[in-house]
Design a protein around this ligand. Structure first.
Ligand code: PMP
Length: 411
């Protein structure tokens, strides 16, 4: 497929990211931390700035031209999200503050409505804390239990036991699409089909998937799909919950307040339908418009071209890192995207992160909000490099030399 695609013009793309020309500790910055937060290209920053300069007001408020205009931009961004993930209706696109809030919303509405004492919530062994803690809180409240789909040493889910793990008490399966630690791309479509065969709905955490793969929620047949704007070349403070309309309609509201009601009296309040029912109060308007602009930007580059380009970077980085004695890559699944976690014998990942930082190389060191993954691999932390469409092979080479330099220092 990739051979038919025009390659990305990365030299031109990099001009859209002013931060990439910064110098850190006397070295050109090498930003390999897009899994923590993606950088925003100028068209996104400028679109938000235009809104704040010339167009700012509130949305869904009255008849003023400005408010109608802002509402149009805001709702146009929702339509961009709908199209980007292949949802059937904009009613299925709920704005949230991010992936974390989207999962909490589902846990506190759908979860509270369906999970009873003795029920089970099934999660994968490689979930981010965002897709563990809200379910644990719910399980504690309801007297339910969490069950876990195990993974092998390559960081691939072991699906042989899936049919036994799903029982008549399973109320939801929560599944990360792309692991933020291991880079594993999970076979979500296949897993969803198997869960649906047993009548179990599936929530997919797509935070690390949407920036790197073409996602079609209807093709996947996901019941819920969640992600954050800031990992998708957009701003912080905005994220998305996609939910199948019949589920969203059956779910009770979450936060109460303005913008989510049909009618309020002292005796009773009636609510609007989805998505407004879940969007009480003034939303992050500039951020939503910015996310719409980010989607335009990525769509113009082409997700398939981005995926092919990043795949090449990942393959190059893997090949170079594997040659370094004492370095171990965590996550060697056949299907991987965008991130490489590693540990080096005798060097704490935090020390490695600091030494790389001294060379201008920005990576993440820590548990990556996935402590159960650290426990599974018996490491306290890892150093993680993550790639985006603006990175280059030369930058990967800087990472590699900087790691080698750090190892020399520790000898
Ligand atoms: N899930 C995954 C897979 C992530 O990588 C992250 C961010 N590290 C989150 C959830 C949480 O996203 P946010 O902090 O934007 O809510």
């Amino acid at each position: 497929m990739s051979t038919l695609l025009q390659p990305l013009d990365v030299t031109a793309i990099r001009k859209d990211f002013p931060l990439l020309s910064r110098v850190l500790h006397g070295k050109p910055v090498v930003y390999l931390d897009s899994a923590v937060s993606g950088q925003m290209p100028l068209p996104v920053i400028e679109r938000m700035s235009k809104y704040e300069r010339d167009e700012h007001t509130n949305v869904h408020r009255g008849v003023s031209t400005l408010s109608q205009e802002a509402t149009d931009f805001f709702e146009a961004a929702r339509e961009k999200v709908r199209k980007f993930i292949g949802a059937g209706s904009i009613k299925e696109i709920v704005w949230t503050r991010g992936t974390t809030e989207a999962i909490n919303l589902v846990a506190q509405t759908f979860g509270r409505m369906t999970v009873k004492a003795g029920d089970e919530i099934l999660l994968s062994a490689m979930e981010h804390h965002a897709n563990i803690v809200p379910w644990q809180m719910l399980a504690e409240e309801k007297g339910a239990t969490l069950k876990v789909i195990p993974m092998n040493n390559a960081g691939e889910l072991i699906l042989d036991s899936l049919d036994e793990l799903i029982t008549d008490r399973t109320k939801l399966l929560g599944l990360i699409h792309v692991s933020n630690v291991l880079g594993t791309v999970n076979p979500v479509k296949q897993i969803i089909a198997r869960a649906h065969a047993r009548g179990v709905p599936v929530l997919v955490d797509g935070a690390q998937a949407v920036p790197h793969l073409r996602v079609d929620v209807r093709d996947l047949d996901a019941d819920f799909y969640v992600f954050s704007g800031h990992k998708l070349s957009g701003p912080t403070g905005i994220g998305v919950l996609y939910g199948r309309l019949e589920l969203l309609e059956a779910m009770p509201p979450w936060h109460g307040g303005g913008s989510m009601i049909r009618n309020v009296t002292w005796e009773k309040t009636t609510y609007l339908g989805a998505p407004a029912k879940f969007e009480a109060g003034t939303p992050a308007i500039a951020a939503a418009i910015g996310l719409g602009a980010a989607i335009d930007y990525l769509t113009e580059l082409g997700l398939d071209r981005i995926a092919a380009y990043e795949h090449d970077l990942l393959a190059h980085a893997t090949e170079r890192l594997e040659r370094i004695p004492g370095l171990r890559i965590l996550g060697t699944a056949k299907e991987k995207a965008s991130v490489i976690s590693f540990v080096v014998e005798g060097i704490h990942p935090h020390d490695m992160g600091s030494l790389l930082d001294g060379d201008g190389v920005v990576v993440r060191a820590g548990h990556h909000c996935a402590q159960p993954v650290m426990t599974r691999f018996n490491v306290p932390a890892t150093t993680r490099a993550s790639f985006a469409y603006f990175n280059t092979r030369d930058e990967v080479d800087v990472l590699v030399s900087s790691i080698i330099k750090a190892i020399e220092l520790f000898k």
